[in-house]
Ligand binder design. Sequence first.
Ligand code: UD2
Length: 296
Amino acid sequence: IRVLFSFLEYVDGRYPQPSITQGRTDIVSVTPWLAPVVWEGTFHPVLLDSIYQKRNITVAATVFAVGKYIRFLKDFLETAEQHFFVGFRVKVYVFTDRPNEVPKVKMAAGRELVVHSVPNSKRWQEISARRMEIIQTLIEETLNKDVDYIFCLDVDSKFHSRWGTESLGELVAVIHPGYYKDDRSKFPYERRPTSRAYVAPGEGDFYYCGGAFGGVLAEVHQLAQTCRKNFEDDAKEGIEAAWQEESHLNRYMLLNKPSKVLSPEYLWQDFKARNAEVLVIRFSGVIKNYNEIRPN
Ligand code: UD2
């Protein structure tokens, strides 16, 4: 209904007159470094789509389904068909050790699924953290030719509502739903100065999710390469950051401010009740039994 309403508002190229004095007052929609923070009601979807349609863009998504996490892939792919960049060219890259178990999901014209085999690992931390290395290699080897933007997403999640062109930017980070009202002293950053993911007390802007980030290829390549190197250099010294690559991502985003920030609408968690300022949940992590699905 929301989409239909937006469409009707836009008929004949008309849309509601923009205002710089009226708008949502319950949220902040710009960071101190002037990056937009995307919340429902701060953008007009049909207007935005019309801008990007002219540019004929292709959007890639990477998703890892290693070991028992393959069970989440069907819902992820099916809901992506319904909500993720509908009407645009999309390539979903699935990385799995069980290529034969990748579900057959019917994809609309212009949308493509590409399956890559990756080894399993004894430790879930490895699986999660090695994603940076694989994303870096993917961008180097295949994507440069025909992809404009890339999003890297957790598989144990589902789309519930539009995730589209409003999310595009050079470097895009998503605010973690668990900490966005907290003082930064409470953020679960890596706090040991010996780690390359270290964030000092009194530093930090937001706590971002490891489960969703993106941007243009060059920026995401730089991010993946840096996080991978820092993770590996830490490992050589016997250190693993508190939240693996999520900690390194947070350190990276502190030094390299994202040009667009997505509100927690873009990665909620199913076990959390929806907060009042979250008018729409677009993508959320499903409830899972860690002991049952992780290798150890
Ligand atoms: C958080 C982050 C996650 C990552 C992790 C720290 C969110 C919502 N999630 O979630 O992105 O930063 O902390 O490492 O921000 N995977 C497999 N097989 C496995 C284990 C993991 O395929 O056996 C993949 C899968 O795509 C999964 C992702 O790695 O979605 C992250 O692992 P997780 O969901 O177990 O991590 P979690 O819930 O601690």
